[in-house]
Design a binder for this molecule. Structure first.
Ligand code: NAD
Ligand code: WQD
Length: 339
């Protein structure tokens, strides 16, 4: 089954200037949807709006605003005749969330509740939420199905877990709501044009940005957090999903909202795992450079393996990921050289 093409919609995309949001915006525009992006640039800049328009040759409406501003959100929803919302705006750094939990709850939970409340006032009932595989905690069953037990190990993860509960309760309260939570595994890669890249403010914590920084010579080595896990080579295994695949998952989810009501959650992952050392090797092939690394202690809170069972998204959304880590490393490397 392939995703059915859906009629053009006017979509509010919050966090659309961010890493994943800018790729989702590209895919929405290419699928013929009209896109209104709201972002406050807390972790992005106006460059990404220009990059989205450059990559698509299409224009979008951009509004600099904070999703916690209820009156503004009602204005945007009604003023632009929005039919569906894709809510990606959130703070996402796990370590920072431990240091500043209240900022994370205020922004991620406050923003969600405000937006849902504004949507109800504006009578907009279709909602797609950026959730995360972090809601599975340390899963016992890998590949992980959506039915696996949910837990969180840090405030960021708690915000995703709480958000899903809020969405479940909201969907029960009024059957006009049609709500999907998309649980992303480990997003990597970039638009093939190389024009859109991940440009977080502050130091990168995730593996791919660190590997690319080492390939560019910005840092001496990648620190590999442990090689004594029960995995193929002892290093952590993750399901790295190309951001273009992730983007097409949102277009598929958007198209399915009209035929359903209530709340559902879907894994967005490739369904296969790659170790830290395998990702470094793929980045070496893509960049043609040697990437030095040191094995250091495990990072607290890390799990050995996190891999999606993506079959539900295939069966019910007609979506599957297609691109592997080699493609992701090539595309990321291209975007790094241009950036
Ligand atoms: P990002 O930081 O690049 O993008 C988030 C965007 O939201 C940024 O442009 C930021 O400026 C904006 N934003 C944050 N708070 C806002 C607010 N109150 N009002 C308006 N704009 C606001 O992050 P990303 O990697 O693109 O993540 C997008 C979504 O996907 C987030 O919800 C994140 O939690 C989720 N997610 C990300 C990953 C990942 O590894 N990148 C994995 C799973 C889930
Ligand atoms: C991947 C693997 C590390 C960096 C995080 C969040 C999660 C989600 C995605 C939003 C692990 C190893 C990493 C490094 C390393 N975000 N590693 N050296 O931890 O799977 O997930 O991002 O929802 O909530 O926790 O991703 O890229 O940090 O790590 O060895 O410098 O790489 O131990 O095995 P993670 P990651």
């Amino acid at each position: 089954m392939s995703p059915k093409s859906s009629p053009s919609q006017r979509v509010l995309l919050t966090g659309g200037a961010g890493y994943i949001g800018s790729h989702v915006a590209v895919d929405l525009l290419n699928a013929g949807h009209e896109v209104v992006v709201v972002d406050n640039f807390v972790n992005s800049s106006s460059d990404s709006i220009a990059a989205i328009e450059g990559a698509t040759g299409k224009s979008l409406t951009f509004i600099e605003a904070d999703v916690t501003d209820r009156a503004k959100m009602v204005d945007v929803l009604t003023g632009h005749d929005i039919s569906a919302v894709i809510h990606m705006a959130a703070l996402k750094a796990v370590g920072e969330s431990v240091e500043k939990p209240l900022s994370y709850y205020a922004n991620n939970i406050g923003g969600l509740v405000t937006l849902l409340d504004a949507m109800a006032e504006a009578e907009v009932w279709h909602f797609v939420f950026s959730s995360s595989a972090t809601v599975y905690g340390d899963a016992k069953e890998v590949p992980i199905p959506e039915s696996a037990p949910l837990s969180a190990t840090n405030p960021y993860g708690q915000t995703k877990l709480m958000a899903e509960q809020i969405l479940r309760d909201t969907a029960i309260s009024d059957d006009r709501w049609s709500i999907l939570a998309l649980r992303y595994f480990n997003p990597v890669g970039a638009h093939p044009s190389g024009q859109i890249s991940e440009a977080p403010k502050g130091k990168p914590n995730n593996l791919m940005p660190s590997v690319m920084a080492a390939a560019k010579g910005d840092i001496d080595k990648v620190l590999v957090f442990g090689n004594d896990y029960d995995t193929v080579d002892g290093t952590g295994v993750r399901d790295y999903i190309h951001v273009m695949d992730l983007a097409s998952g949102h277009v598929a989810a958007l198209g399915s909202l009209v035929d359903r009501s209530g709340f559902d959650a879907y894994n967005l992952g490739l369904g296969s795992g790659v170790s830290v050392l395998e990702l470094i090797a793929a980045a070496e092939r893509a960049s043609g450079r040697t990437i030095a690394y040191d094995i250091v202690d495990r990072r607290p809170g890390d799990v050995a393996a996190s891999v999606a069972d993506p079959s539900r998204a295939l069966d019910e959304l007609g979506w599957s990921a297609k691109l592997g880590v080699d493609q992701a490393c090539e595309d990321t490397w291209r975007s790094q050289k241009i950036a």
